[in-house]
Design a protein around this ligand. Sequence first.
Ligand code: SAH
Length: 357
Amino acid sequence: MIQKQIIELPVTQKIDIRKLDLSEIEEWVKGQGQPKFRASQIYAWLWEKSATDFESMTNLSKEFRELLDSHFEILPIRIDAVQKSSDGTIKTRFVLHDGNKIESVLIPVPDDNRFTVCVSTQVGCSLSCKFCATGMMKRMRNLSSAEIVDQVVLVNKQSMDHFGHPITNIVYMGMGEPLLNYQATVTSIFHITSPKGLGMSPKRITISTAGIAKMIKKLADDGLKCNLALSLHAADDAKRDEIMPINEQNNLESLMEALQYFYKQTKNRISFEYVALHGVNLSMLDAKNLAKHCRKFPVKVNIIEYNAVEGLPFGRAAMEETDAFGLALRNLDVTVTIRRSRGKDIDAACGQLANKD
Ligand code: SAH
C-alpha cells in the first residue's frame, strides 16, 4: 500500500497591522507597486477612524483591500459586558482577540463637563500591592498599544451615547502597571494625542504608577507631555515596603529623586495618590512624613477612599479620620483634595477591577 504523504503547508501568519508605524506601512505599500499616499490612507483608517476591518476602508479599491486582508489582520477588542453604577459610572469588560479580559471605567461628571475614562494596560498585574484586587490576579500579559487605544475609542462612543459628550480625560489607572508595559503605554499616548490619531491633548492624560524610578526617568527623557501620578500610599519606607512590595527595589528616596528629575525635565503636573487605609497610614506622623516629600517639587496630594476588597485585611477609614489627615496636611502647606469613590456598587472603583461578574 502506498502511504499518502502528508504535506504540511506553512501557515502564513498574518501581521497585526497596528504594530507597524507609518514608514513601515509605506515600505510595504511601495513593495506592492502602489503610490505612497495609500499608506497614509490606511494609517488614517486605523488611527483616526478606528476601522476594525479592511472591508470598511472604502477609498481603497476592492482588490487592494483584499490584498491587505491577505497580509494583515486588525485585532480589535470587543465589548463583553457593561455594568452601570447608580452614580452614573459605567464599567465595561472587554474581551481581547485571545480570549483574555480587561476592564475600563467611564466616570462622568456632567456638572464639570468632565468625562474621564480609566484604561487598563495589562491583563492582571504583577505587583501584588497588598490592598488591591487586581494585585491578587496573576499578570497574564501586556496589552498592545492598539488594545489601549481601543478602550479609549469604545468608551468614547459610550460617553457619546449616554451623555452626548465625548470623553475629556484619560487616566492610566485601570488594571496593570503602565510603566511595566512601557512601550505600549507610550505608543498608545502617541496615537491618542497625534493629529493623525485621536488628536487629544496630552494635558488631559494622566499615567499612574506604583513607582518604578528608572522608568519615571525614562518618561522624562522621552519627552512625555502627560501628567504623572505616583501611588504613594505610605510616606516612609518601612510602611510602604509592607503594603507595596515594589518599594523594596524602588524606595522613596529613589522615587522622589526620579520625580524631581521628571519635573525638572518636563514641568508636567505631578500628583501623589494616597489611599486612606483605616489605622494604617493616617497618623499625624504620616502627615508630617508625607509633607516632607511634597517640598521637593510642585505636587498635589489626592486622598482616595479605600474600596474594601473581599479577603483583604484593610478597611476604609471613617470620614473623620480622612478629613483630620487632610486638614493636618493642609496645615503643613500641602495642596490636598479628598476624592470620594465612584462606581463602588459595581466594583468599578480604584483597585476593584478583577474581571468579576
Ligand atoms: N499600577 C498603577 C495603576 C493602577 S491602580 C498604580 O499603581 O498607580 C490605580 C490606583 O488605585 C492606584 O493608586 C492604586 O494604588 C489604587 N488602589 C488600588 N486598590 C485600591 C482600593 N482597593 N481602593 C482604592 N484605591 C485602590
